[in-house]
Ligand binder design. Structure first.
Ligand SMILES: [Zn+2]
Length: 130
């Protein structure tokens, strides 16, 4: 394993963007199974090739810049999906409403009947059935 350590010395390695490229490559190759075009599966090698290039790249500053760019637009999407999953897990005991004033999501315990809600962010009042 010493040769591997020596080979990887000064090279960039893995980050969030490389993991996403591997996933993209896998998703594309699965989609390609359903497209009846010869050699279409080779399309999945584009993100995979870029993954290989990034992993062994010695231009660390450029790779970090790419990862920052990737995180800047992907993290809001990830956070949004994590929130949806959390809401889905809590839907048995809570109801969720969107504030008409500011768009904030409000969580209320289920089964309290008609209740008046006050948005903690903008103080908009709403009457909802929980
Ligand atoms: Zn509000």
């Amino acid at each position: 394993m010493d040769w591997l350590r020596r080979f990887m010395y000064g090279r960039y390695g893995q980050d969030e963007f490389s993991i996403a490229l591997i996933l993209l490559s896998m998703i594309v190759s699965i989609i390609c199974i359903f497209i009846p075009v010869p050699w279409i599966n080779l399309v999945s090698l584009i993100p995979f090739g870029y993954y290989i290039f990034r992993t062994f790249s010695k231009n660390i500053a450029a790779r970090q810049k790419e990862n920052r760019w990737f995180l800047s637009w992907s993290m809001p999407i990830v956070r949004w999906m994590q929130n949806r999953i959390k809401m889905l897990k809590q839907r048995k005991h809570y109801r969720f409403f969107r504030c008409k004033g500011c768009g904030q999501t409000l969580r209320v315990p289920k089964g309290r009947g008609k209740i008046e809600l006050t948005c903690p962010k903008c103080r908009t009042k709403m009457v909802k059935k929980s």
